[in-house]
Design a protein around this ligand. Sequence first.
Ligand code: UDP
Length: 194
Amino acid sequence: MDKIQIQNVNFSNYRIDEFLDIFETRIEKEEKTFVVTANPEIVEYANKDEQYYQTLQKADFITADGIGVVIASKVLKTPLKERVAGFDLMSELLHMAEKKNKKVYLLGAKESTIEKAYKNIKDKHPELNIVGYHHGYIDIEDEELVQSIVRLEPDMIFVALGFPKQEYWIEKHMDKFQKGLFMGVGGSFDVWAG
Ligand code: UDP
C-alpha cells in the first residue's frame, strides 16, 4: 500500500531510499514537489486545524517524521515501512544535490543560525551549489523575497520556519516557481548550525 492514513493525514509508505529515487526522478523532470515530514504534533494539529489540514492535502508526499507515527501505524494494523525523519531526508537530498549538481536554497532560522548552517553544510559538501539563503523571521506575504528566490531557479528549497508557517509559505508561493522540491524542515538548520 502506497498510502497509509493516520487520523486525517495520508502518509506515503516508502523507505527513505524509495523516496530518494522518486524525488531524484521528479527533480530531473523539473516536476514540482511539496514534501511534508509530519511528526505526531503535526498530525495532532492537522486534526484540529482545518486550514492546516487543507494545506497538507496539497502535499505530494508526507513522510513519517517520528517513531510515534510508525508505532501508531502498527497499532492501526496498517504499518508504515519506516520512519523518514526530515533531517535525514534533507541530508540525503543535499548529498544528491552535490552529486547531481542541483541548486539548493535555504530559508529559515535566525540570521546567525542560518549563517552557521550554511558554513557547516558547505564544509561537508564543498561541491554543493547553495544558490542562496535567508533567515526565517519574515512576513509570509513578502513577495520581494519570493521573487529573489524564484530568480535563482533552485531545484531544492528547504524551508525551516517551524510548522505550520513553513507549510503555509510553501503552499502560498510554490506556484510562482517553474520547478523545485519544497520541503519544510523544522529545526534542521539549528542542528546543522551545531
Ligand atoms: N523559525 C523561523 N521563523 C519563524 C519561526 C521559527 O525561522 O517565524 C525557525 C526557528 O528559528 C527554528 C525553526 O524555525 O530554526 C524551527 O522552529 P521550531 O523548533 O519552533 O519548529 P518545529 O520543529 O516545531 O517545526
